[in-house]
Design a protein around this ligand. Structure first.
Ligand code: PBG
Length: 332
């Protein structure tokens, strides 16, 4: 006989509510705790100085210049945030994303400024071409207008080296080209950057949740979409395949993106690899919560706490989120 049946026989009721009766007992038996040291704050970097230009679809987020980013890094450190993820929005775009591998480009300069201001801040740089091309796709186009894989990887490698030279600690390729992790790892090692890590956007889906980011980064494709390189949202087994390829090629951290609609994928990846797993709580997810809370329809703080807990429960070690600073401040 099962234990529950035995108890019922004895007239006993099983009462899980006993463990919910007070804050003290709930805290005592809580299974999931968010790792504050795993929260990563994205920053959008533009040229100039003293710039803080709000992004209308992402209330509370702005495009900032390198000097403002250095100041922001100080505030983040004070709030308890220990890592940031840089995105560059260059002044000049062309078909070959040439501003991306400029040694004095927006990301390169911001990384140096942030390291000077807060040496212990962990600086990651998103590595992609879509913010740097005039057509908004993530790489070089072939005659059919599709992104040419291997030529794009060459550009990514070139840019990755300039990021590493600019004191970036973690290179985060988000382009979804095949073979890019291996090519970047080899080039970094050959250049002596053996200590620079790679956080691979391994399972990055072709998602409508990136909408506000594309406004922020001015990277909406001029034609077509990203479905020939980013993954089909219907596929989870394929995510495991992408993750294992990136690990074979030398990734140090693997990522699933977006977060909310993909927590099953986070769990499957967590269960299948021993590396740290990151999840990206993307712009559309942020914008929905901000919009609903601005209307008074939801309690933003409680929703954000619940989400961070859910990402952690699903198995994420690292959470990239525009809410990082707010969350850290509220939970200090
Ligand atoms: C660059 C990149 C994107 C995001 C991160 N890196 C946009 C895209 O792929 O279109 C999205 C981030 C977000 O929505 O918060 N390729």
């Amino acid at each position: 006989m099962q234990l529950e049946e035995k108890k019922a026989d004895l007239g006993l009721v099983t009462r899980p509510r006993r463990l919910r009766a007070s804050a003290a007992i709930r805290d005592m038996v809580r299974e999931t705790r968010v790792n504050a040291a795993g929260l990563m704050q994205p920053l959008f970097i533009v040229s100039g100085s003293g710039v803080r230009a709000p992004i209308s679809s992402m209330p509370g987020v702005a495009r900032i210049s390198a000097d403002v980013a250095a100041q922001e890094a100080r505030e983040l450190a004070q709030a308890g945030i220990r890592s940031i993820l840089l995105f560059g929005i260059p002044d000049f775009k062309d078909a070959y994303a040439s501003s991306n591998y400029d040694p004095h480009g927006v990301v390169q300069r911001a990384a140096r400024a942030i390291k000077r201001a807060v040496p212990e801040m962990l600086v990651a740089a998103d590595l992609c071409n879509c913010e740097y091309t005039d057509h908004g796709h993530c790489g070089v186009l072939d005659a059919r207008g599709d992104v040419e894989n291997d030529a794009t990887v060459e550009l990514l490698v070139r840019t990755a080296l300039t990021y590493a030279d600019s004191e970036v600690d973690i290179i985060a390729p988000s382009d979804m080209m095949d073979g890019r992790v291996g090519a970047i790892r080899r080039a970094l090692d050959e250049a002596g950057h053996t200590r620079v890590s790679i956080m691979a956007y391994s399972a990055k889906y072709a998602s409508a949740f990136y909408g506000p980011f594309r406004e922020a980064a001015d990277s909406t494709p001029a034609f077509g979409d990203r479905r020939t390189y980013q993954m089909d949202p219907a596929n989870a087994r394929e995510a495991l395949r992408e993750v294992s390829l990136d690990i074979e090629e030398g990734a140090d951290i693997v990522m699933v993106k977006p977060a909310l609609a993909y927590l099953d994928v986070v769990r499957r990846v967590r269960d299948s690899v021993s590396l740290p797993v990151a999840v990206y709580n993307v712009s559309g997810e942020y914008a929905m919560i901000k919009a609903a809370s601005a209307n008074g329809w939801i309690d933003e703080g409680r929703i954000v706490d619940e989400l961070m807990t859910a990402f952690t429960r699903a198995g994420a070690d690292i959470i990239i989120t525009y809410f990082a600073k707010d969350y850290a401040r509220r939970n200090a």
